[in-house]
Structure formats: C-alpha cells, structure tokens
Design a protein around this ligand. Structure first.
Ligand code: GDP
Ligand code: GDP
Length: 455
C-alpha cells in the first residue's frame, strides 16, 4: 500500500472505521417537554427537523447516528410522542418501555426546574425493572443558579444527576462522557454470534398490510388478538417460530399482535416500534399491501431497514385479491417506487390463503447469505483492476481519479473501503456498487462503500 501513497496506518484506520459492527443504542426518555428532542439535537450535533415539528405531526425518523469522543452509537429519540387518550402516565410509560427495550443504555431526562413528578417516578420504576445502565440528565439548568435544582434529583435513586442545558449546551459534554462510560461497545444483541442460535427476523410494515395475519399463518395456528391498550400488558416480546425446518426468532411480535387504539401519536408509536424491531433483527421482512398503491410510508419503512443495515426481504401480501390490471400496475410501481432496493428478494404471498408461504424462508436465507458475504481481498482487487481498466473514471479538470485498491472491511452488511487517487463521483460509486452486485451477488443486503482519497 505504501507505494500507492497511503501509509499503512491510514489504511488500517480506514478499514477499522468502515468495518464497525452494529452500533450500541442509546435511548433518550422522559416526560413531554423536558427537552428530549433538544438534547437529541445536541447529541447528534445538527439541527435536523426534530424540534421544529408541529404537535401531532407524524415523525418517522426516530433513530440517529451520533459520535462523541471518537465513539459512534445510535440515539433513539422519543420526543415526538404526543399525549394521547391513554393519559400522560400510560403513554410516557409505553413509549419509554419500547425505547428502553431496544436500548443498550438510557439517558433519562428530567426537567430540573419542575423537579421529579409522579410520571418521572413511574419511568424510574421501568428503568429499575429493565436493569439497563442509566444516566440521569437534569435538564434546563441554564446557569449556575440551577445547580441546586439538579441536586434535588438525587432523590430519584438513579445516582448522580448531571446538570445540563440542552438548549445552550451547558454540561452536555460531561454528561456524554458519562454516557460513554456506561454504554457498551457493542449492542447486547450481538448478531447471531451465538452459534446455531435462531436468526432474528423483524416483520414490519404499515398498519393493515397483514402482519398479524401473516404471523398467525406462519405460526400455524389462529391466535386470539388481544384487544389491549399499550403498556398495560407484558406479552413476551419475541416469538420462536418453526419454519422450513428451522427455528426463527420473530422479534417484537407483541407489538404486532396487540391492537393499539390510539388517536394522536399512533403513527409515531408505530414508527418507534418498527425502529426498535429493526434494531433487534438481522433481517427485516417488509410486508406491503399489493392491493394498494405503494405509499411513502411503505418506502420509509424500507428505508429504515436499509439505513439500519439489515438484510431485507420484500413480501407483497393480499395477492389473492389482485386482478390482472393491478398486477400490471404493481410491477410499474415497484420499479419506480422501490427501484433503489431492486436487490431485495421478493415474494408474493397471501396470508389469507397461505399462497407462497413456503417461499418466505428461502428468501430470508438468501438475504442473510448476501448480508454475510465476504469477498477475499485478492478477488476483490482482481475485479477492481479489470473494472477500472475497462471503465475508467471520467476525466475531471485534466485529472483522472483512479481506484487504486480496495478491501472489504466488514460484513452484516458488507462494507467496503476503496482507496483512490482523487475524488470519485457519486455516479461512478453507484456504477461500482452495481458491478460489485453483479459479480458477487449481495442479494438482499445493502452494501456500504466508503472511498478514501490520497492526500
Ligand atoms: P421533549 O418534548 O422532551 O422532546 O422537549 P423539547 O426538546 O421539545 O423541549 C420542550 C421545550 O423546552 C422547548 O420549548 C425547548 O426549547 C425547551 N428546552 C429544552 N431544553 C431546555 C434547556 O436546557 N433550557 C431551557 N430553558 N429550555 C429548554
Ligand atoms: P396488520 O395491521 O399489518 O397486522 O394487518 P392485519 O393482519 O390485521 O390485517 C389487516 C386486514 O387485512 C385484515 O382484515 C385481514 O383479514 C386482511 N388481510 C391480511 N392478509 C390478507 C391477505 O393475504 N388477503 C386478504 N384478502 N386479506 C388479508
């Protein structure tokens, strides 16, 4: 590598950075208006439209990537929650429960100016039960005079309250240092490393696409759908299901079965649950209602799975209801609306009739295989060498940037680092991704390609 103008340390650093495994998850929980969204904005270091949202407006995005002191992690924001028919206590509890369940550590935000309320105490009980590491954030301490307010929060029994002003940034650095102390390096749910352990599947999709019906079908028995309010029962969250001679762990099925009748916040709640399920899974099966037009919400759910770096299967349900015309239009819609995931295996199923249920497992297995594929460095470079020779990067400003060499830094999903002599344009990156897929498969998996340019 040295003769190509990169020193070994750069190369090793780049490979390590690109090859990171799944990131640990930090959940930010607390009552409405304590400043969770403001704090999340601080943590992720940019003003994404988290706080600007109007009340009641659906927000799909709940998970963000963040970095502090050189460590990367994910942040789950629960700030988009709207008070709903369950009343404040139940809704805060339900929201916090999902977030805590998916997290490796929790920042519990309390408004230091208000002090600990009964709702705060309820969340404390959930936190105790979950046993995850907690950092107590005493927010809205905008100046030294607020420090005394923060000290009162020792009474919550969660250890030291960290006085913070999420709004002005005061104290957030110290609090994040503490977060890194307690946040594990890797998520507790390490991917399938337990040899022979069941693979984890998230069955996701917008409401009414047939998730619950499909789950009942594959589980081989009709189940009673519990008409329960969120947070009032503790169903087992994951479910082991025998399929195709193997045991699979369908994660977060409690949320699927439960019929949650919420008014405000229901969509947000669904997004949070989807994000939590995706975090826990290795492969996402996104269920889409084939009888209806593919919607923005369908696309967002697909994007959630892809951005989380999970293997992906697309299942088009309610196939029994499709006439020829609809089938025709569906194919067009898939091309235009889901073209960016043309690599995902697809099954056309009917949860009602059981059509093609047997195709689900092979599709999941294909996707997982692609997700775990590793291309040996020698083979990769032979391929890159030929590719670059046959299709050089366009000349820009009298120079022709070249891909010098590359390596696969990680799997699950596959991550590549390419080393180049100059800036590689997006179009050329996409071309390389396409050719990589043609050559090595990667069916059912997103792939990451990062490019390092020689200084
Ligand atoms: P969430 O509902 O918990 O997500 O709370 P938000 O982040 O939406 O904040 C609620 C309100 O508290 C907003 O008006 C914020 O500007 C305000 N706020 C948040 N953090 C602070 C802080 O550190 N100091 C002060 N004074 N106000 C804050
Ligand atoms: P979920 O909200 O995604 O869990 O969706 P459900 O499983 O509750 O299904 C929503 C509605 O679609 C119910 O009325 C189901 O009976 C119906 N449904 C689900 N799958 C199929 C299918 O394959 N064909 C038809 N015709 N209807 C279906």
């Amino acid at each position: 590598a040295a003769e190509e103008g990169f020193d070994l340390e750069d190369v090793e650093g780049a490979i390590e950075a690109a090859g990171h495994g799944p990131l640990p998850v930090l959940a930010v929980v607390g009552r409405p208006n304590v400043g969770k969204s403001t704090l999340v904005n601080r943590i992720i270091g940019r003003r994404e439209a988290v706080v600007e949202d109007k009340p009641g407006v659906t927000r799909d995005r709940v998970t963000y990537e963040a970095e502090w002191a050189g460590r990367r992690f994910k942040v789950v924001d629960t700030g988009g929650w709207e008070q709903d028919v369950l009343g404040i206590d139940a809704s805060v509890a339900a929201q916090a429960e999902y977030a805590i369940d998916a997290a490796d550590a929790v920042v519990f935000v309390v408004d230091a100016k208000v002090g600990a309320t009964d709702t705060d105490e309820a969340v404390v009980r959930l936190l105790r039960k979950a046993g995850k590491p907690v950092v107590l954030c005493a927010n809205k301490v905008d100046g030294p005079s607020g420090e005394a307010d923060a000290a009162y929060l020792w009474s919550l029994g969660l250890g030291e309250p960290h006085p913070v002003s999420a709004l002005h940034g005061r104290g957030t650095g110290d609090m994040l240092d503490q977060v890194l102390e307690v946040l594990p390096e890797a998520p507790a749910q390490t991917f399938g490393t337990a040899v022979g352990g069941p693979r984890r599947v998230a069955l996701i999709g917008r409401p009414n696409v047939g998730k619950s019906s499909l789950l009942n079908k594959v589980a081989g028995e009709e189940r009673v759908v519990v008409n329960e309010l969120a947070g009032t029962t503790r169903d087992p969250v994951d479910e082991m299901i025998e399929l195709g001679g193997k045991t699979w762990k369908f994660v977060d099925t409690a949320g699927i079965r439960k019929r949650v009748h919420l008014q405000q916040g229901a969509d947000y709640y669904a997004s949070l649950r989807t994000a939590a399920a995706v975090e826990k899974a290795e492969v996402a099966v996104v269920l889409i209602d084939a009888a209806e037009s593919i919607s923005v919400q369908d696309q967002r759910i697909v994007t959630m799975a892809v951005e989380a770096g999970r293997a992906l299967v697309l299942a088009f349900n309610k196939w029994d209801t499709l006439d020829e015309e609809r089938r025709y239009y569906l194919e067009r819609e898939i091309e235009t609306e889901l073209g960016q995931v043309a690599w995902a295996p697809r099954v056309n199923v009917s949860a009602r009739t059981g059509r093609h249920m047997e195709k689900l497992v092979p599709a999941i297995e294909t996707a997982l295989e692609g997700w775990e594929t590793r291309v040996p460095t020698g083979r990769l470079n032979a391929f890159l060498g030929e590719l670059v020779a046959a299709h050089p990067h366009p000349v820009r400003g009298g120079k022709q940037p070249r891909i010098l060499f590359g390596t696969q830094a990680g799997t699950r999903p596959p991550r590549f680092v390419l080393f180049a002599s100059g800036f590689i344009e997006a179009g050329y990156r996409r071309f390389i991704e396409r050719r990589l897929r043609e050559e090595f498969g990667f069916e059912g998996t997103p792939i990451h390609i990062s490019v390092r340019v020689r200084e």
